[in-house]
Design a protein around this ligand. Structure first.
Ligand SMILES: C[S@@+](CC[C@H](N)C(=O)[O-])C[C@H]1O[C@@H](n2cnc3c(N)ncnc32)[C@H](O)[C@@H]1O
Length: 282
């Protein structure tokens, strides 16, 4: 156990809301994110709230759809991320219709019936009281407005050609690790499957869920490599207390470019995960 504890401590755990991670994550999936935004059926003139917008990257994609007369408001409670989002607007063609504000998603600083769409991008996983958060969004949504929740489900993830048995052990141990030792701040790695029911419970109508498979093969861009390796490290770090030292080392070797077992340049490499977009109408 002592050796596993040492391994558990040996790599810095990925900070899933850090700016670097969010930028890599976005660049790695920009094409798929564009597809998801296209599926939202946003219209010129729509007023959209990008909730917990982080560095504001979804806002830029949505602005292309609501321009030239719509508006996008991004809100996040992390000052550094809002600062980046504002600075990053400088060279954006649609900067005049985008605004970023520091704030809390439980207390939206807008009056009732303001928004056509409220968009939660990779955020519900962090929300301690999702129903309370959705009540606040119902307040600021216009009648007939739409709530969009976009997230992923971490139980469905493939890092091929890692041995399937090792992969399933890591995924199972991750679920065990999260259950036995819930992360602070809260993070629900399996929120994707719950969003459909959550929107129904919150009283939204015409709830529908579209599932997207995100797959990556070689050659991988540097940001995609960092994203996939970072993800793999997050899993094994979370799972480590319930894995053998050998399993942890074997897993890590697959993502270490100095090891023979490195997989991110192999022709047969295949990464896949699923993301969900759930939409409900008020
Ligand atoms: C994984 S990041 C997603 C950021 C962005 N939506 C994206 O997809 O790039 C989660 C974000 O939720 C924000 N957040 C979490 N709880 C919040 C709250 N109560 N109010 C506002 N922002 C919150 C964090 O600051 C962080 O930027």
């Amino acid at each position: 156990m002592a050796a596993v504890e040492k391994l558990f401590q040996s790599k810095k755990c990925l900070e899933l809301t850090s700016l670097d991670w969010l930028l890599d994550h976005h660049k790695a999936k920009e094409q798929e994110r564009r597809q998801m935004v296209a599926g939202l059926d946003l219209k010129p003139g729509d007023v959209v709230l990008d909730l917990a917008c982080g560095p504001g990257l979804w806002a830029l994609l949505m602005a292309e759809k609501v321009a030239p007369i719509g508006r996008i408001i991004g809100i996040d409670f992390t000052p550094d991320l809002i600062e980046y989002a504002i600075k990053n607007l400088e060279n954006e063609p649609h900067r005049d219709i985008i605004e970023f504000i520091e704030g809390d998603l439980y207390f939206i600083p807008f009056k009732d019936n303001t928004f056509d769409v409220v968009f939660f991008g990779n955020t519900l996983a962090y929300v301690t009281d999702p129903l309370k958060a959705l009540e606040e969004q119902k307040r600021v949504l216009k009648k007939g407005g739409r709530l969009v929740a976009k997230d992923f489900d971490g139980a469905i993830i493939i890092f091929h050609p890692i041995d399937v048995y090792l992969s399933l052990k890591v995924l199972t141990a991750t679920a065990r690790g999260l259950k036995g030792n819930p992360l602070q701040p809260r993070f629900d790695n399996f929120v994707g499957r719950k969003m459909h029911g959550l929107l129904l419970k919150a009283g939204f109508k015409d709830v529908s869920t579209t599932t997207y498979a995100i797959s990556k093969t070689v050659p991988l861009k540097p940001e995609t490599k960092r994203y996939i390796a970072g993800n793999a490290e997050w899993y094994v770090k979370t799972a480590a207390p319930y894995l053998s030292e050998e399993d942890v080392c074997q897993w890590r070797a697959h993502f270490d470019p100095t090891c023979d077992e490195y997989i991110l340049d192999l022709e047969e490499f295949y990464f896949c995960m699923v993301e969900m977009v759930t939409i409900g109408t008020l």
